[in-house]
Design a protein around this ligand. Structure first.
Ligand code: RB5
Length: 156
């Protein structure tokens, strides 16, 4: 069982998902789409539209990605900003806040983002799903971007 789980994680078929109330409806929409596509989801909440503080859901997800428990996460709050700011406190996390397909592709190609941050109140759900598909299927370009990405966590 553990081996199977590890293999799934290595294959990127296990995803970590989290939102606050501002992203709850989009999270539920994306979770269903992802499960229908064969992904196993670890849902860090929230689990209703009741008002919550986004760091309470985003910190546990970001720590799990930071520690290598999950290779990829999707986080959603109303604007996407609070979720992204929280996640990027962790040195191994690169959370990209995106609101269209091109930005989503670029944050994988150039930034090797391991978390996609979405503005749940500002983009259509179908667009968010297309962005998730792009995020999951785009490889890091490497090359000149490797040094840049390595420097991100080296604060002065
Ligand atoms: C919640 O109202 C809202 O502040 C939150 O979802 C997010 O937009 C914060 O950055």
């Amino acid at each position: 069982m553990l081996n199977k789980l590890l293999t799934m994680v290595e294959n990127g078929r296990v995803l970590a998902l989290a939102s606050d109330h501002g992203g709850f409806e989009m999270k539920e929409f994306l979770r269903k789409k992802l499960e229908d596509s064969g992904y196993t989801i670890r849902d860090f909440g929230t689990f209703s539209e009741e008002s919550v503080d986004y760091p309470d859901m985003i910190h546990p997800l970001a720590k799990a990605v930071n520690d290598g428990e999950y290779t990829t996460g999707i986080i959603i709050c109303g604007s996407g900003n609070g979720a992204q700011m929280t996640a990027n406190k962790y040195p191994n996390v690169r959370a990209g806040l995106c609101w269209n397909e091109e930005l989503t592709k670029l944050t994988r190609l150039h930034n090797d983002a391991n978390i996609l941050a979405l503005p749940g109140r500002f983009i259509p759900f179908e667009l968010a799903w297309r962005m998730v598909e792009i995020f999951l299927s785009t490889e890091f370009e490497g090359g000149r971007h490797i040094n840049r990405v390595n420097k991100i966590s080296k604060t002065l």
